[in-house]
Design a protein around this ligand. Structure first.
Ligand code: NAD
Length: 398
């Protein structure tokens, strides 16, 4: 692939939740898309789903019937794997299994030409190990979309140590040309979003486990006082406790069991019980028709305490990601606002609260619990020592 243009054929392998969404995004940008799945029924389901989405777009007047039909016409369900030979960019979105992905990439490599870029949509696996399956790993990298891909603007682009600079630039140009916001992330567990967001779930679970507040109260505080679109428990029910638990467990293991990412028994038990959330009809809330869920205790003092604790833990994680060069300052802000809809960037939030106050709160937690989980990022300490903030230019403006 050279300069991105609409003539580049895109192949998407795996037509599940992510693959079908990515196919829709690429087709909306004018590309011909080859959608492949090794399960014929899954491919049919994906095409049905895309047909329904396009029908709805046309019915609601968001698109003309002609444009909706044309977009759908550009997505070609492909039964022959060999068809991907025409692609300039291949994105794999198959099951999250390292061996399956490595095996697939080694096959893709044989089919496509030398110029073709190969992206993996993995959310948690090492890009370096996936690249390792290829004899030309320099044209392989992570292209991490968020769910649902047509609606979420963020795409994390993750070069492995083996990925060439040209591959990174060309891929970013291509995905930017699809109207997405790309952010480059280091090939480390959870990349940006799935790393920085861990305390949103983990600390909420801890607050609940300690009996500081019940589930509806924590959700109420985070939404009403914190300004987040969803509370952590609502969000875990939406994502699915099995999926969210698995991501936490994977990140925890990948960080050599750093206590900061330790999963919670509460969520493990929910998963074991099959209380997965919306998809199973029951999670932290009961989704059965007519079910009554407990009301929150709308106590402002308690609510602020909950939000503050969650927020300083999130800021600490964002600061540490910056300190360790996982991404740039603006990259981290974009990732959290465009990838998981946070009401504002965490680093800007730190400036508003005062970096010194943030550090004091984390140190108080560390002192109280004596746990490494609450260790402050060295970046926060350095900033307080040097009396700096994350966005000095914004302070200068005011
Ligand atoms: N679901 C999310 O929220 C989300 C978000 C970002 C990234 N991801 C990542 O995207 C990838 C796909 O996730 P998903 O939620 O779409 O999964 P999914 O289970 O909905 O779909 C996976 C599809 O891949 C197909 N498949 C499996 N092995 C295959 C093979 N060898 N060749 C061709 N097709 C094969 C399956 O038949 C299935 O249709 C995973 O790596 C996941 O971690 C998921």
């Amino acid at each position: 692939m050279s300069v991105p243009n609409k003539d580049t054929v895109i192949a998407v392998i795996g037509s599940g939740a992510m693959g079908s969404g990515i196919a829709q995004v690429a087709a909306a940008a004018g590309h011909e898309v080859l959608l492949f799945d090794n399960n014929e029924e899954a491919l049919e389901r994906a095409m049905d789903k895309l047909r329904k989405i396009m029908d709805r777009q046309a019915e609601k007047g968001r698109m003309s019937r002609t444009d909706a039909d044309a977009l759908l016409g550009r997505i070609k369900p492909s039964r022959q794997f060999e068809a991907i030979a025409a692609a300039g960019l291949v994105i794999e979105a198959i099951i999250e299994d390292l061996e399956a992905k490595k095996n697939l990439l080694s096959h893709i490599e044989i089919m496509v030409d030398e110029e073709c870029i190969i992206g993996t949509n993995t959310s948690s696996l090492s890009i370096a190990s996936i690249c390792g399956a290829c004899s030309r790993p320099e044209r392989v990298l992570g292209i991490h979309f968020f769910n649902p891909a047509p609606l979420m603007p963020l795409v994390e682009i993750i070069p492995a140590v083996q990925t060439s600079g040209d591959t990174l630039v060309e891929t970013r140009n291509m995905i930017d040309s699809w109207g997405k916001t790309t952010v480059t992330a280091k090939d480390t567990p959870g990349f940006i979003v799935n790393r920085v967001a861990r305390p949103f779930y983990g600390e909420a679970l801890r607050i609940y486990e300690e009996g500081i507040a019940d589930i509806p109260t924590i959700d109420w505080a985070v939404k009403e006082i914190g300004g987040f679109r969803m509370g952590p428990f609502e969000l875990m029910d939406y994502i699915g406790n099995d999926i969210n638990y698995k991501v936490t467990e994977t990140v925890f293991e990948a960080f050599y069991y750093d206590p900061r990412y330790r999963p919670a028994f509460t969520q493990k038990r929910m998963t074991e019980a099959g209380w997965l959330g919306r998809k199973s009809g029951r999670g932290y809330y009961n989704y059965a028709e007519g079910a009554k869920n407990p009301e929150p205790t709308k106590d402002d003092v308690l609510g602020k305490k909950i939000v503050n604790r969650l927020l300083v833990m999130l800021i600490n994680e964002a600061a540490d990601a910056l300190y360790l060069n996982i991404s740039t300052r603006d990259g981290i802000e974009l990732a959290m606002t465009k990838g998981v809809n946070y009401p504002k960037g965490l680093l800007q939030w730190a400036d508003e609260l005062g970096v010194e106050n943030v550090l004091k709160e984390i140190e108080a937690l560390q002192h109280m619990y004596g746990e490494d989980r609450y260790r402050p990022s060295v970046l926060l300490r350095n900033m307080v020592r040097d009396k700096t903030c994350f966005y000095p230019e914004k302070i200068m403006e005011n």
